[in-house]
Design a protein around this ligand. Structure first.
Ligand code: FAD
Ligand code: MG
Length: 347
């Protein structure tokens, strides 16, 4: 999870190029439509924005998108020492600007609806695993218990746009929701420009905006967890955001074994729900990001119960060792093209 940035930039840039196959690029060329793209590195992630317009139109738009994303990082990063999240983690209070209240509200809503499978206060556990990796050892039960005592939204008070904590050792990590929020802001901005459409890929989150010239939906490749240079299938996406959480992207290595970065807040260990990855599709990127993390922790059965409860509007693709399971809306709409035949397709 915290490996050399240079190596990761190269690896992620390669994977983005290979995996995120947007049919708009080839179709655009075939129809004489111009597409320009720009790559950024922010929030420890490679971001690529592809716009269906010429370079002159794109230049100021790209720079505005960069400013929007940097603005989000400056507030939500727990590794930037004077960010709002870092100040909360040291001082215990965050007077949340109206624009950012959506992140806190969504984090609390998803945490509540998933019985804490998504937990914005998982920071003490994440930091413990990082420390243990540096020391080349696994956490011991007492350490996990000590950290878990401070994890849980019951230690937070959210009133009148102010977040406070009742436990001085409770700390925030919004790494599982912040990229989704940034993608929402970028898409809101892009929709107000003269750019007719495009794709924003932000680590494991991909948003499409505007119609394609030929009116078709965008076709987004989903990475195969068993072969991360390969694709297990394609989702047809007319609008909205796909957020993917998987066990293969980020991890710590301790005594030669890999421990992935999505924590089950009930145990303090990397979630073992039988899932290798979950892709969540919904109109709202902030919700998609929080949900993909939550569903990964919950596993298929609980995740499907949440889907059926209709508390949140979303569709999802669940990937286990040997199965791809689709929510009803994707299965019935025929919106998933199954290419990796080593996985059985179920719904
Ligand atoms: P997701 O499933 O979306 O998120 C997993 C991450 O969320 C974990 O890495 C952990 O931090 C946290 N998490 C784990 N379990 C849970 C849970 N059950 N509930 C809630 N949260 C959980 N990383 C760096 O190494 N260096 C940086 O400087 C850095 N800056 C960042 C700044 C911002 C604003 C954001 C949003 C992220 C930043 N990251 C940084 C984090 C890095 O981008 C994350 O590893 C990444 O967001 C993980 O996203 P994901 O899509 O792979 O997985
Ligand atoms: Mg997430």
């Amino acid at each position: 999870m915290w490996r050399d940035k240079g190596t990761r930039i190269k690896r992620l840039t390669f994977l983005l190029a290979v995996i995120l196959c947007f049919s708009c690029v080839s179709c655009g060329r075939a129809s004489g439509e111009r597409t320009v793209s720009k790559t950024y590195f922010l929030m420890d992630t490679v971001i690529e924005i592809k716009l269906r317009c010429g370079e002159e139109t794109a230049a100021p738009v790209f720079s505005a998108c960069g400013e929007i994303m940097s603005g989000v990082e400056a507030v939500l990063s727990r590794t930037v020492s004077d960010s709002a999240v870092s100040r909360f983690n040291t001082e215990g209070q965050w007077q949340v600007d109206a624009a950012f209240s959506k992140v806190v509200q969504t984090a609390l809503d998803v945490s509540g609806a998933t019985d804490g499978a998504f937990d914005p206060t998982v920071e003490p556990i994440v930091s413990l695993w990082k420390r243990c990796e540096e020391q080349g050892r696994l956490p011991v039960e007492e350490e996990l218990h000590e950290c878990l005592a401070h994890v849980g939204t019951e230690h937070l008070v959210w009133e009148e746009n102010t977040l406070t904590r009742t436990d001085p050792a409770t700390a925030l990590d919004l790494g599982a929701i912040g990229k989704g929020y940034a993608i929402d802001l970028v898409v809101d901005y892009l929709e107000k420009t003269e750019v007719p459409g495009g794709v924003v890929s932000f680590g494991g989150n991909v948003a499409v905006f505007g119609a394609k010239k030929n009116g078709e939906a965008y076709r987004i490749g989903l990475r195969d967890p068993q072969n991360t240079a390969g694709v297990l299938g394609y989702l047809s996406v007319p609008s909205g955001v796909i957020s993917v959480s998987g066990d293969y992207e980020r991890y710590v290595t301790i005594n030669g074994a890999r421990y992935h970065h999505i924590i089950d807040p009930k145990t303090g260990y990397p979630a073992e729900s039988g899932l290798r990855s979950v892709a969540v599709l919904c109109e709202d990127g902030t919700l998609a990001d929080a949900l993909s993390t939550a569903l990964f922790v919950m596993g298929v059965e609980e995740a499907m119960a949440l889907y059926e409860s209709a508390v949140f509007p979303f569709e999802a693709v669940f990937v286990t060792e040997d199965e791809i399971i689709l929510t009803e809306g994707l299965a019935e709409g025929g919106r998933f093209e199954h290419t990796a035949k080593q996985y059985r397709l179920a719904s």
